[in-house]
Design a binder for this molecule. Structure first.
Ligand code: NCD
Length: 307
């Protein structure tokens, strides 16, 4: 049985197959509408979410399956002190597959060791968010036509932003990828990513503080929210929260085919005057997130749909 805990759980070839499947689903949704008849997906969300939880639910419903779950720790037995290990043993009796979001790094991994159904990490603390990465890869591949030879700017909270950590992990396996890491000093990428992923894999990258110094060089600009819930004090958050605001004026400095992605939710980091720019693809990205989660559910449940 397979789980998805880190983006590295799939080889590049397996990722390719998954993205091909997601693209087939995009263009032939009818073919898949009964693929998960009688199957159940449990969503175990111990942390707030709109997109990730609902896109999992939407994905399972579009496959003809059913969903059950909870959307906050307070409404589950975690509030009574139940461990993740015990909860997952229970859930294994109720569902065929589950997606778990948890504030503690590593919680979905622990769950996967006790589970008899596939566990999908839907975000663990400031660590990883592999299904957002699948979404990001599908967006880039669909709209740019490739996942190699790209200059990717990651901007905002690179310290606590789990989507950034997972995306870097996944992209270093493609050729000709260069990163520009744009963040305030306090929110730079953690050392375990800089050293163990970027340096170790000989990836070209530079770290800058000003978005204006980098934007003209980029094929992709990946904006992120400053992760308020991971800060130790409110003053630091207030000081750093508006470090970057992408607006229509800054977009004039960018290439005409640069794409702007954002995992969402956005707070202030992208001004609404960018939304109508055709390079702003963060709402399209949301739609790709459903196709890719449909493909993931089919893959982990080992369901093959033939023509
Ligand atoms: C992201 C997350 O939860 O890490 N959101 C999402 O799943 N699309 C990004 C964020 O919350 O800033």
């Amino acid at each position: 049985m397979r789980h998805l805990i880190s983006p590295l759980d799939f080889t590049v070839q397996e990722l390719d197959e998954l993205l091909n499947l997601a693209t087939d689903i995009e263009f032939h949704p009818d073919k898949y509408k009964n693929a998960c008849n009688g199957k159940k997906l449990a969503t175990l969300f111990y942390e707030p979410s709109t997109r990730t939880r609902l896109s999992f639910e939407s994905a399972m419903l579009s496959l003809g399956g059913n969903v059950l779950g909870f959307s906050s720790a307070d409404s589950s037995s975690a509030a009574k002190g139940e461990s993740v290990s015990d909860t997952i043993r229970m859930i294994s009796c109720y569902a065929d597959i589950c997606a778990m979001r948890h504030p503690k790094e590593g919680a979905p991994l622990v769950a996967s060791t006790k589970s008899s159904i596939p566990v999908i990490n839907a975000g663990d603390g400031g660590h990883q968010h592999p299904t957002q990465t699948l979404t990001d890869l599908m967006t880039i591949r669909s709209l740019k036509g490739r996942l190699d030879d790209l200059v990717i700017g990651l901007c905002g909270d690179l310290k606590f932003g789990r989507t950034v950590h997972s995306l870097i992990n996944a992209l270093v396996r493609y050729k000709g990828i260069k990163f520009v890491l744009i963040s305030p000093k306090e929110l730079r990428i953690p050392d375990y990513i800089r050293q163990d992923v970027l340096v170790k894999n000989n990836i070209e990258f530079r770290e800058v503080e000003r978005l204006e110094d980098a934007i003209a060089d980029l094929d992709i600009l990946y904006m992120t929210r400053v992760q308020r819930e991971r800060f130790f004090n409110e003053e630091d958050y207030i000081r750093l929260k508006d470090s970057y605001i992408l607006n229509a004026e800054k977009m004039t400095l960018a290439n005409k085919d640069m794409l702007v992605l954002h995992p969402l939710p956005r707070v202030n980091e992208i001004s609404v005057d960018v939304d109508d720019d055709e390079r702003a693809v963060y709402f399209k990205q949301v739609q790709y997130g459903v196709y890719v989660r449909m493909a993931l559910i089919l893959t982990l449940l080992e369901i093959n749909v033939t023509d």
